[in-house]
Design a protein around this ligand. Structure first.
Ligand code: ZN
Length: 393
């Protein structure tokens, strides 16, 4: 199925641009019209990592006029095996800035927009709405579902890709014309079932194979050339050296883009939705969960509460619940901090959203603190229910 071009052409190309893009201009299907559309296009790349590297470099070289880069991370030496947009001298720098420098070096005519922040439910709509098309290069399910939901709710097409070891997949999700990611994967995999690249590894060059499909599809959607991968899933097996294209149908029962959607807004917490907690943690919180409001009531009624913040020190610096003692989750899981917990007081754990505190609660209960509880929704729930003057982060 071919689709009309996503963006209108820019009024003109300069003489320098005509020289630079001559190999595109002599392709009859692209030509001046297609190149002007690329010039006018605004594309956001979510993540400047494995997939984001080749995607950004080729989108820049192709002459996409505005390229947004969103990444909150810094360049680590272990990234350089595949994230070719960064170099040795970039180690320690914010990825978004390092990637922006490479983009400018490849093509000075690109307007680069840096979003040196993490994408979350509070900024995703505002950021996405500045672009025509999204290229998703994220490596975790929580962000992936959020990208999908935001794109569908805003009516934006996006090019998705995923990589693991020797396998890759790619598709174009555009609910107006075909399925969305939820049509293909209605539910995230159970926690622990699918290891991340950090845990399971990835062949570096696989990023180029999948990233190049993503850029190819982006160019096709922007210019209206060819048949975009809407309703198709590309499955690449590097060991077999095979590409398979699988048909994906729009699911009439899709919770998001189906006939009777149940997801009509972004979810409160994508980490929760993706079950970032282990089975042990899920069991530990049963009958051991209180609300932020209940915590406040306990404190006010004079109950002897030992409130423990299991987040990291930097988060504790940003915002804290009054009376909380900082003991990061890692120190509880390792057993190192267990001696700091009193036997005779009501232990209450909390984190930012309730995921880490559930994990810590499981460890604490296993160590014999049977009456310990955690706060559902963590600091974010506290801000919402008890003290909206505190900064959410
Ligand atoms: Zn759907």
């Amino acid at each position: 199925m071919s689709l009309p071009p996503l963006v209108e052409p820019a009024p003109e190309l300069t003489v320098d641009e005509i020289r630079r893009y001559s190999r595109h201009l002599i392709i009859p299907d692209v030509a001046m019209d297609g190149q002007k559309r690329l010039k006018n296009a605004k594309v956001l790349c979510v993540g400047a990592g494995g997939l984001g590297s080749p995607a950004l470099m080729y989108l820049a070289a192709a002459g996409v006029g505005t390229l947004g880069i969103i990444d909150f991370d810094t360049v680590d030496e272990s990234n350089l095996q595949r994230q070719v947009i960064h170099g040795q001298s970039d180690v320690g720098r914010p990825k978004a800035e390092s990637a922006a420098d490479s983009v400018r070096e490849i093509n000075p005519y690109v307007n680069v927009v840096i979003h040196n922040t993490s994408l979350d439910r509070d900024n995703v709509r505002e950021i996405f709405s500045q672009y025509d098309l999204i290229v998703d290069g994220t490596d975790n399910f929580a962000t992936r579902y959020m990208v999908n939901d935001a794109a569908v709710l805003l009516g934006k097409p996006y090019v998705w890709g995923s990589i693991y070891r020797f396998d890759g997949q790619a598709s174009v999700f555009w609910a107006e014309h075909g399925p969305c990611y939820r049509c293909l994967y209605p539910e995230p995999p159970p926690p622990g079932m699918v290891p991340s690249c950090a845990e399971g590894g990835v062949l570096g060059v696989l990023c180029a194979s999948i990233g190049s499909i993503q850029v190819t599809e982006a160019i096709k959607v922007l210019t209206g050339v060819g048949e975009p991968l809407v309703g198709g899933l590309m499955v690449y097996d590097a060991l077999e050296m095979s590409y398979r294209k699988i048909k994906v149908r729009k699911d009439p029962n899709c919770a998001l883009c189906g006939e009777n959607p149940t997801v009509t807004d972004l979810l409160e917490d994508y980490e929760d939705f993706c079950g970032a907690v282990s089975v042990e943690a899920q069991e530990a919180v049963v009958d051991a969960t209180i609300t932020a409001r209940e915590l406040k009531d306990w404190q006010e009624s004079g109950k002897d509460v030992f409130l423990v913040d299991v987040r990291e020190a930097a988060e504790y610096e940003i915002v804290r619940i009054p009376g909380a003692t900082l003991i990061p989750k890692g120190e509880i899981l390792s057993g190192e901090a267990l001696s700091r917990f009193p036997q005779d007081r009501q232990i209450v754990l909390h984190c930012k959203s309730g995921v880490r505190s559930a994990e810590a609660l499981a460890a604490l209960k296993a160590a014999g603190f049977k009456d310990a509880v955690h706060v559902h929704g963590g600091v974010l729930a506290w801000i919402k229910q008890v003290d909206p003057s505190l900064p959410a982060y």
